[in-house]
Design a binder for this molecule. Structure first.
Ligand code: ASP
Length: 417
């Protein structure tokens, strides 16, 4: 069996949904599990719904109507028969979402987020599944929440591999064509959980691992993994092959082309990952396999925006040593701040942080009690893997650099945005 993943950009309109069939026609359609993300920017639109709901904002109804209209327009383009049951199915998913909001009693943002944002994936997969059926591609629609089981950490859930493995073995048909969602899962009480933004790639890794799939293909609007995000860097080139380790490093430093957690399950079972263009599905794209050399061997550029550079020194000029460092890290953990770079000297300790959950202010009040704190918000963390002088020079040009460091293969710099 193979696992395919189509992201939101690939199914953002009727043309995109039709293109899924073009890809299947070219590369085959039997024994495939397809993961489809929420269409276009639906997840962002649902985030607005959640925030309007929790803030009692008068625009809540409009925010829901916007999502409804967007999907109905796509359906109208795909289905000539306006009596097709898919219209009813999508409408009833939206009503379910509204009922969930009405009945909800929780004010906990992360919990409400997961119960609502999942509708993007549920609706998107329903549209794709129904359209494939219409076109003669018999398929099974699977609710991923029935098989991917996690803990109760909403918005950043951790997979329970044992239960997940077992339910996938019981419920996933390795033959034929299955359509399911990425990103969403459920906890032991069957409440919806999510695996973090862009988490559908990770779901592809989970399904592949648990079914011993032959390969995973992620279909993208770029030709494969490039040596830099083309929206940020000029003259980017396609990497035709990389190793799991390299891909993990690139994803870790912030290359958004593959979700960082995706690679580990694949590496464990040596399941090859292909990143390919959904526009030219027969092109080779990038293959990620065990022990492969980086081809071509060129510097790879990564940028992570909206980071915080935080520097701490002790209030009494004593050294920053193991016990303070462990205390600082435990606070990062408590407030879910991700550490992307560390630099320390005898009396100061600097880190570049990703404040995905908006907890920095809370962290700050704790730190200020014990340390002298300096910080700069909205900075960018740049990384070059396999750097050379020329690469560093081109990156540093015209930047207000706050910190740099390098190891044998990796150069990093924090600069103002
Ligand atoms: N729909 C989710 C998001 O936009 C998950 C994904 O597409 O990977 O983050």
């Amino acid at each position: 069996m193979k696992v395919f993943k189509f992201g939101g950009a690939s199914v953002k309109d009727a043309k995109g949904v039709k293109n899924v069939i073009e890809v299947l026609k070219k590369v085959g359609n039997s024994n495939i599990l397809i993961i489809v993300s929420a269409m276009g920017k639906t997840t962002n639109a649902l985030e607005i719904v959640v925030s309007h709901y929790l803030n009692n904002h008068p625009e809540l109804k409009n925010a829901i109507d916007f999502i409804k209209k967007y999907h109905i327009e796509i359906l109208k383009d795909l289905f000539d028969n306006k009596q097709h049951p898919v219209f009813e199915k999508v409408n009833s998913l939206i009503s379910d979402m509204e009922t969930t909001l009405k009945r909800n009693k929780s004010v906990q943002y992360d919990y409400v987020y997961d119960q609502i944002v999942c509708y993007g994936e549920l609706i998107g997969t329903t549209v794709v599944s129904e359209y494939l059926s219409l076109e003669g591609y018999v398929n099974n629609w699977l609710d991923a929440r029935e098989v991917i089981k996690t803990d109760e950490i909403y918005r950043d859930a951790t997979v329970n591999w044992e239960i997940t493995q077992q339910s996938i073995a019981e419920k996933v048909n390795k033959k034929g064509l299955t359509i399911t969602q990425g990103f969403i899962a459920s906890d032991t009480n069957n409440f919806t959980t999510t695996l973090g933004r862009e988490g559908s790639d990770y779901s592809a890794g989970i399904f592949a691992y648990c079914t011993n799939a032959n390969s995973v293909s992620i279909w993208k609007d770029v030709p494969g993994v490039l040596n830099g995000d083309p929206r940020v860097f000029e003259n980017t080139k396609l990497l035709s092959q990389i190793s799991y380790e390299e891909a993990i490093e690139l994803a870790f430093y912030g290359a958004s082309v593959i979700h960082p957690k995706t690679l580990q399950p694949l590496q464990r079972k040596e399941i090859p990952l292909y990143v390919k263009s959904f526009i030219n599905p027969l092109d080779d794209g990038t293959s990620v396999k065990k022990g492969q050399r980086l081809v071509p061997h060129i510097p790879c550029f990564i940028v992570k925006k909206d980071q915080i550079l935080l520097s701490l020194s002790s209030l009494d000029f004593s050294f920053i040593v193991e016990d303070n460092i462990s205390e600082i890290f435990s606070l990062f953990h408590t407030y879910q701040l991700k550490v992307d770079l560390i630099q320390n000297s005898a009396i100061s300790f600097s880190v570049c942080l990703d404040d995905k959950f908006n907890n920095f202010e809370k962290l700050l009040s704790h730190l200020k009690a014990k340390f002298s704190v300096v910080y700069e918000k909205s900075v960018s963390l740049y990384t070059i893997r396999h750097f050379d002088e020329e690469a560093i020079q081109s990156l540093e040009e015209n930047k207000d650099i706050l910190l740099k460091q390098s190891t044998k293969e990796t150069y990093q710099m924090v600069a103002k945005q």
